[in-house]
Write a protein that binds this ligand. Structure first.
Ligand code: NAD
Length: 251
């Protein structure tokens, strides 16, 4: 197990993609720090399953990110994954939702990275993996805050990559298309309302319409990609924006 002795913090890892990444890193021997919200019993089951610790900080607040990083201690692998979505036309977009999406999906990655980097630089090894999205490359209507945050995260990743390149630390982002997780399922009702569609129409005509394979990405696929980015074979992958979107952004 090539990640024995490595400590990995995955933000937003009580659900969906983050949980799949935490499981994949743990399966390779990493000691995992879980973050995010959920039912106490479910989180207890996860900490037992992965022999992990869990820190439930609100990462849409700078103080929450600082508390998480202090609690996690020095980490060798940082996966900035926590994120939320809101679907609304720009002129009706609730300003609090805009602020929260930028704070969680973009600013938290900056704060976690700036606090993780000194240890990584000092030991001359580290991996920063940012969970971007196909929406870091292309836009969709009604997702202004999300698209803005994810484009920002892709740019931040490139900057990290340049700054850290000579320290054995890589920074890359992963850009999934639609992955079947609670985040996707929860946006179906709003999309039905905003576009006047049925549930089936939202799934087939909105979500999978632009995904040429007509299939959702599996969270475990992303877990495996994250593991690969931690390998020595990925040492020269730096500043990449890795699409895993069934061909969405190829079109
Ligand atoms: P999810 O809703 O299943 O999981 C989100 C995680 O973030 C949960 O653990 C949740 O508790 C945590 N979280 C939410 N708000 C938080 C806060 N304020 N502070 C700390 N943690 C918080 O979502 P997911 O689909 O697994 O998405 C994970 C990431 O992948 C997000 O950044 C998302 O934008 C990105 N992504 C998802 C898809 C998709 O189709 N599901 C596609 C592209 C990118």
């Amino acid at each position: 197990m090539f990640l024995n002795g490595k400590r990995a913090l995955v933000t937003g890892s009580t659900s969906g993609i983050g949980l799949a990444i935490a499981r994949a890193l743990s399966a390779e021997g990493a000691q995992v720090v879980l973050s995010g919200f959920g039912e106490q019993a479910a989180i207890r089951a996860l900490t037992e399953e992965l022999k992990a610790i869990h820190i439930p900080a609100d990462l849409s607040q700078r103080a929450g990110v600082e508390a998480l990083m202090a609690g996690a201690g020095p980490v060798d692998i940082l996966v900035n994954n926590a994120g939320i979505q809101h679907v609304s036309p720009v002129e009706d977009f609730p300003v609090e939702q805009w602020d929260k999406i930028i704070a969680l999906n973009l600013t938290a990655a900056f704060d976690a990275s700036r606090l993780a980097i000194p240890h990584m630089k000092a030991q001359k090894w580290g991996r920063i993996i940012n969970m971007a999205s196909a929406h870091s490359l292309v836009a969709s209507p009604f997702k202004s805050a999300y698209v803005s945050a994810k484009h920002g995260l892709a740019g931040f990743t490139k900057t990290l990559a340049l700054e850290l390149a000579t320290f054995g630390v890589t920074a890359n982002c992963i850009s999934p298309g639609y992955v079947w997780t609670p985040l996707v399922e929860n946006q179906i009702p709003d999309t039905m309302k905003t576009r006047g569609l049925t549930r089936e129409q939202v799934i087939n005509d909105v979500m999978l319409a632009g995904q040429p394979t007509k299939q959702f990405v599996q969270p475990s696929d992303i877990g495996e990609l994250a593991v690969f980015l931690c390998r020595d074979a990925a040492a020269q992958m730096n500043g990449s924006n890795l699409s895993i979107d069934g061909g969405w952004t190829a079109g």
